[in-house]
Design a binder for this molecule. Sequence first.
Ligand code: BDP
Length: 669
Amino acid sequence: EDGYDLWLRYRPIVDEARRVEISAHATAIVAPAGGETMRVAVDELQRGLRGLTGHEASRVPAPDRGGAIVLGTPASSPAIAALRLEEALKAVGDEGYVLRSVRVQDRPVTVVAARHDIGVLYGTFHLLRLIQTSASVTSLDVSERPRLNRRLLNHWDNMDGSIERGYAGRSLWNWAALPATVDSRIADYARANASLGINGTVINSVNANARTLQPEYLDKVAAIARVLRPYGIRVYLSANFSAPRTIGGLATADPLDAAVAAWWRAKADEIYARIPDFGGFAVKANSEGQPGPQDYKRTHADGANMLADALASHGGVVMWRAFVYDDSVDPDRVKRAYLEFTRLDGTFRDNVFVQVKNGALDFQPREPFHPLFGAMPKTPLMAELQITQEYLGQSTHAVYLAPMWREFLASDTFAAGPGSTVARVIEGDVHPYADTGIAGVANTGSDRNWTGHGLAQANWHAYGRLAWNPSLSPEGLADEWVRMTWSNEARIVATITDLLLRSRETYVDYTMPLGLHHLIGGDHYAPMPENADPRRADWSAIYYHRASRDGVGVDRSRRGTDAVGQYRSPLRERWADPATTPDALLLWFHRLPWTYRMASGRTLWDEIVSHYTRGAEGAAAFEQAWQSIAGQVDAERHVAVAAKLHQQAIDAAAWRDKCVAYFRQFAQP
Ligand code: BDP
């Protein structure tokens, strides 16, 4: 086993009684002819049941036997129509589904019903998941509806096949072979995503090459879209704002220039002629050297709206990224996006999202939530998470990200009083948004196991499941993933979930104790607290820790940069005072003397050292825990993960040693 099958392994159920029971609940499949989506749902169910039970569930025209699984919509299936599920189906919306154990002509059957075929596909994956995780499949009464409309992956893939911040091989899109040949892997990519409910993918890097928009490439994109379509996945593209100049032959890309707007309209028409369900554009503008409307003294809204107008008649959207940090806006990097974007609230077209990273800096292992969440009542905000572990040990360290994402999603913005969590903001529940969405920067690549590190598959899984339902718990998701991917055996489940659930805090301990952030160099991997980047202060480490004999950390309180002022009460007061700031964010918001007395009774310096020590020990313990299940899971995957954990333990010790030695020069000169 090389990990290619992800959480869709469908290995034979080990427990004999359980296998017999499942077989009795999977005697046949009743499904309407339907279209492509119904076909892939039936294929998946057959494939899954064959693997899990060892039996072929044949397709029969009607539920003529006990134990049949009945798939369909009221419109496509007389058997489903007869169940009168209209009310329940109305409640689950266009992509939702219900699973029911019912009796038809006194025979017990399992029903997977939805309003549309895509819901049937999602429901089929749900049923398989129950079987895979040893859950009960009798007395089913499940209703599921996604809480967000657009559940996207963002690939930072370049046209030369490399992946920006990708650590699992090359791009999945083989541009040279497309459109004639579409790698069979793309269908498996689609299956994996559909199993989670992911329904869109931006296939090229936000640092976009305009050539992707040329007809020859659009044909290739259309070929990818054809394979993804049956799985309910729409294709989106990152657009380079200068495209009218670089590939369009115009003298300008000024968004208020009529010829520029006409060029984009024609481009949109060209795209939709090939890809009728094209999703829209993601845009990184005036950020890290990318072109944008400010090059022409226009605003982000001018740029976004011009593109939105080009897409509107086709139903497309613009996801305009708020990842900007122009240093003329404010001396403190984390304040800049808020200052630039809040003033534009209410000026965007209806089909524009502003896409905001979880934190205001840049995908650090821990950040307070981005203050834009809750601060743009009239603009749908899409959250952007990073699945690829750019700053979290890349594909060498095991870091399960569900706890970090839940911490973010559960953060209270207080935007409309207590309980205004980030999750509710992006769901359009705090301020009524016309559309909702979330994006995750993918960690997939051409490696056989997709994600480089065998345990990093769990992050793709957790992201997709949280995109469907941001309230799911990290514990539940870890348990589910381990059962589907490794084993249902209790000791194995306990060992791997425990490792996963500790991993993020352990990583934080050895890389950013007490909120000390960005202690890295250009590789974003190894410790480099001494990093003083000559290109930009805010790419340095010293800009963020400011260690000296007087103390360490950035003062973002009112006396300092007043970044706390971008949060609402009571957060701005709570985080303005070291005594009421959680330890985890202490040095994010404060600059304190090394002798500062912590709640634990230790000095700040001793506390920092204890986190580094604990983190390095924690990483070493992962290696041991993993060894304890050797021989109980397949050797190939076990050995591969063991090698990674070994390196992680070495690296964690290096983080501790280097950072403790570095800060000691100031703390104990
Ligand atoms: C940073 C990455 C950079 C991305 C940028 C972005 O280092 O490669 O281009 O984010 O999100 O984290 O645009």
